[in-house]
Write a protein that binds this ligand. Structure first.
Ligand code: ADQ
Length: 482
C-alpha cells in the first residue's frame, strides 16, 4: 500500500499483531490475521513506526528485550511495544469490563451486560498504562491510531500526557441507542475518554448519529454540529465520521484463483455438493451476537416448511470458540452443538445430515476455498459493527454464483444492498429467504454478486485506512496531497 504519512505513526490495539508462543522446541510466532492487522502491518512495514499492544504470548517477554519486539524479527521495519498485564488486570479490564460490560451493551443485549466499579477501575488503570506507554514511545507530533471498546478512555488520558500528538480512534462495534448506552454507569467518563481524540471513526452513518446523540444528551451545553458531524470540545473540534471497514478484495481474488485454492474448492464441492446438492456455509467466532442459534432455528423452520429440500441442502458451519474465560461463551458453544444434534436427529437420513458444525479456525486458503465453493453464505448477526465474513464471502465469489443472506442489523447490510436481507428475529421470514436463495435463477445470482463485488472494489481495506489517516492528517494540519 502506498500512502503518504507525513508524521511518525503509532498504532494502538488491545491485541498484538504478532504473538510469540513457547513450544517444546522453541518459539512459534502466531500472526493475528484480521482487518486491522492486515491493513496496518504492511503500512508500518513500509513507512516504519510503532505499534503498542498487550503482550499476551507465553514467549512475548523473551522476544522483546526492554518490551520492544522488532517486526519482523530479522530485518526489522517497525517496533512492537508490549504492555504486560497481570491476571487480575486481564480479568478486570478485558474479560469483565470490556467483554462482559461494553460488548453486550454496545450490541444492545442489555440483559447480558454486567458492570462494576471494581472492573471499571481496573479498565481505567489499564487504559492509563497504555496511554503512558504511547506517551513515552511517540515522537513529537506523532499520529496515533487507536482502536475499539477496550481502549475507550485512552484518547483523553493520552491527550493529557501528550497534547502535541493527533489521535484517531476507531470504534469497531455498533454504537447503541442512547437509552441503552446510558445504562452503563460510567457512560459520561467513557464519552469524555473518547472525546480526547481528534477523529472518531465508526462503521456506519447510523453509529455516527447515535454517538452524536449521546454527546448531545449527555453534555447539553455542547453545540454539536450535526450537519458537519463535528463536536466542539475543550477548544478543539472533533471530526466524527463513518469509515466502513472492508477487506482486501484483490488479494482474496488472487488467492482463490491459485491452483491450490481452486483444487481445495473443488474438493469441498465433491465432498459436500455432490449429486446436485446445494452447499450453504457460515463462519464465525462462537459469539452470541452472531445469531448462531437463531440461524439454526431458521434452518429447522426451512426443512419443516419446505420438506422437498430435505436431502438437497447441506449446511456447514465453522465455529471457532473465543473468549472461553467468560461463562456465557462456554455455554453458547454447548448450545450450538445441542441444537445441531437436534436438527440432525429430526431430519437426517442414512445418507444425509442437514447440518455439520465444525469447531475450529480455518487457515486463510481453506477459508477462502470454502467461500468460493459455497452456493450460499448465511450471516445472521443480531447486531454487528460491520461483519467481515460477509465481505470475504463476496470477494471470494469469483464465479459469481453464490448468494449472500445477510442480517439487516449487520453494518455490512448498509453497503451490500444486493444481498438477500433477513431479520435474525424472524425465523419464518428467514426460512422463506433461504428458499428464495436456493431457488434463485443463475442470472439473478450473477447480477446481485456483481453489484456487491463492485461495492467492495470501491471501498477496500486500504481505502478504509487511507480515509482515516487522511482525515487525521487534515485535522493535524499536515496533509500533503501526493
Ligand atoms: P468480529 O466480531 O471478530 O470483529 P468479523 O468482522 O466477522 O467479526 O471478523 C471475523 C474475522 O475472523 C473474519 O476475518 C473471519 O474470516 C475470521 N473468522 C471467524 N471465524 C473463523 C473461523 N472459524 N476460522 C477462520 N477465520 C474465522 C469485530 C466486529 C465486527 C467488525 C470487525 C472489524 O465485531 O463487526 O466487522 O471487528 O472491524
Amino acid at each position: 500500500m502506498s500512502m503518504r504519512i507525513t508524521r511518525p505513526l503509532v498504532v494502538v490495539t488491545n491485541r498484538e499483531p504478532y504473538v510469540d508462543e513457547k513450544t517444546r522446541t522453541g518459539i512459534r510466532v502466531v500472526q493475528k490475521a484480521g482487518g486491522v492487522v492486515s491493513a496496518l502491518d504492511p503500512l508500518l512495514r513500509e513507512s516504519g513506526g510503532d505499534w503498542v499492544a498487550w503482550g499476551s504470548g507465553s514467549a512475548d517477554r523473551q522476544t522483546a528485550p526492554g518490551g520492544i519486539r522488532p517486526v519482523p524479527l530479522k530485518d526489522p521495519k517497525y517496533r512492537l511495544h508490549r504492555i504486560y498485564l497481570t491476571p487480575e488486570e486481564v480479568n478486570g479490564y478485558y474479560n469483565r469490563y470490556a467483554n462482559q460490560g461494553l460488548w453486550p451493551l454496545s450490541h444492545m443485549l442489555i440483559e447480558r451486560a454486567q458492570f462494576s466499579r471494581q472492573a471499571w477501575s481496573i479498565y481505567r488503570s489499564v487504559n492509563l498504562k497504555f496511554a503512558r506507554k504511547v506517551a513515552r514511545e511517540s515522537q513529537p507530533g506523532a499520529l496515533v491510531f487507536s482502536h475499539d471498546y477496550q481502549l475507550a478512555v485512552l484518547p483523553s488520558l493520552l491527550r493529557q500526557l501528550r497534547p502535541d500528538v493527533s489521535i484517531a480512534h476507531f470504534w469497531h462495534i455498533p454504537w447503541p441507542a442512547f437509552t441503552v448506552y446510558r445504562l452503563c454507569p460510567q457512560y459520561q467518563e467513557l464519552l469524555r475518554g473518547l472525546l480526547g481524540a481528534d477523529v472518531l471513526g465508526f462503521q456506519t452513518p447510523d453509529d455516527v448519529e447515535a454517538f452524536l446523540t449521546a454527546v448531545e444528551r449527555t453534555f447539553r451545553s455542547v453545540p454539536v454540529d450535526r450537519s458537519n458531524h463535528r463536536i466542539p470540545w475543550q477548544g478543539r473540534t472533533i471530526e466524527v465520521r463513518a469509515f466502513p471497514i472492508s477487506v482486501d478484495i484483490e488479494d482474496i481474488e488472487q488467492l482463490v484463483r491459485t491452483p491450490r485454492v481452486s483444487r481445495l474448492a473443488q474438493g469441498i464441492r465433491r465432498h459436500l455438493a455432490a449429486d446436485g446438492r446445494v452447499l450453504g456455509v457460515s463462519v464465525d467466532r462462537a459469539d452470541y451476537t452472531k445469531g448462531i442459534i437463531p440461524r439454526l432455528e431458521a434452518l429447522e423452520e426451512f426443512f419443516t416448511r419446505y420438506p422437498h429440500r430435505r436431502g438437497e441442502v447441506n449446511f456447514l458451519q465453522v465455529v471457532v470458540p473465543t473468549r472461553s474465560e467468560v461463562q456465557a461463551y462456554r455455554l453458547l458453544y454447548r448450545q450450538v452443538e445441542d441444537t445441531t444434534r437436534r436438527i440432525n436427529e429430526a431430519f437426517g437420513t442414512d445418507d444425509w445430515q442437514p447440518v455439520t458444525t465444525i469447531r475450529r479456525s480455518l487457515d486463510r486458503p481453506r477459508l477462502m476455498a470454502l467461500f468460493r465453493a459455497a452456493d450460499f453464505a448465511l450471516v445472521s448477526s443480531l447486531f454487528d459493527g460491520m461483519n467481515l465474513v460477509a465481505k470475504e464471502f463476496v470477494s471470494a465469489q469469483v464465479d459469481r454464483q453464490g448468494v449472500l443472506i445477510l442480517s439487516e442489523t449487520a453494518g455490512a447490510a448498509q453497503e451490500l444492498e444486493s444481498a438477500l436481507s433477513i431479520s435474525p428475529w424472524d425465523p419464518e421470514g428467514f426460512a422463506a429467504t433461504l428458499e428464495e436463495a436456493v431457488s434463485m435463477p443463475p442470472e439473478e445470482r450473477v447480477r446481485r454478486m456483481d453489484d456487491m463485488r463492485l461495492q467492495i472494489h470501491q471501498n477496500t481495506l486500504y481505502d478504509w485506512v487511507q480515509a482515516i489517516l487522511t482525515t487525521l492528517q487534515e485535522v493535524a494540519g499536515t496533509y500533503v496531497q501526493s
